[in-house]
Write a protein of this length. Structure first.
Lengths: 114, 112
């Protein structure tokens, strides 16, 4: 499968713990996005990278959230000191930025904070 | 006001029906428009891009009215497999940011 992959697919953690999610984009894609989706809502933008540069961060991304894409390939999203309100589906998408851009989404990581 | 607004539904229609979804967006600088489909507990998948001239893909027709900041999706001859949530999506433009702004989604349930 050459699509976007995300790991883990599911994560249950206790409040206050740190969690890290990984996203592997489609190999030739230079842009990588993170979104968060809660029940009954559409995905909300968190941040994105072009190659290894983080170009934009949403105000939704509090100080407890950090994302990296160190070599311009895979990306990690870390949430420190998780809160129950962090429970959501975290979606990664990638695209090839070349004029018209289509984002392809991974299957997501579903986080439940107890 | 939400940046992209959709009627969440649900729309319950019989097989073979024609159904239309509408969406409005608030930022007049928006440049790209899409409909994504999302099945329950799955990731969103691009259904079609939306152009000012209108575009059609089989049973699906999308329209954009920039003056009214309004986007529509028409599904003809509904199939059971069309049951899903349809997300209206806007992009300010790939020259600036690639981030997508999603509506809440409209749920469609096609019944036999």
């Amino acid at each position: 499968d050459t699509g976007v992959s995300q790991n883990p697919r599911h994560k249950i953690t206790k409040r206050g713990q740190n969690v890290t999610f990984r996203c592997d984009p489609i190999s030739e894609h230079n842009r990588l996005y993170w979104y968060r989706q809660t029940l009954g809502q559409g995905p909300e933008f968190l941040t994105y990278f072009q190659n290894e540069a983080q170009l934009e961060k949403s105000r939704l991304l509090s100080d407890r959230f950090s994302a990296e894409r160190p070599k311009g390939s895979f990306s990690t999203l870390e949430i420190q000191r998780t809160e129950q309100g962090d429970s959501a589906m975290y979606l990664c998408a990638s695209s090839l930025f070349s004029g018209e851009e289509t984002q392809y989404f991974g299957p997501g990581t579903r986080l439940l904070v107890l | 006001r939400k940046e992209v607004e959709q009627d969440p539904g649900p729309f319950n229609v019989p097989e073979g029906a024609t159904v239309a979804f509408n969406c409005t967006y608030s930022n007049s600088a928006s440049q790209s428009f899409f409909w994504y489909r999302q099945d329950c507990r799955k990731e969103p998948k691009l259904l079609m891009s939306v152009y000012s001239s209108g575009n059609e893909d089989g049973r699906f027709t999308a329209q954009l009215n920039r003056a009214s900041q309004y986007i529509s999706l028409l599904i003809r001859d509904s199939k059971l497999s069309d049951s899903a949530t349809y997300l209206c999506v806007v992009n300010l433009g790939s020259g600036n940011t690639g981030k997508l702004i999603f509506g809440q989604g409209t749920t469609l349930q096609v019944k036999p």
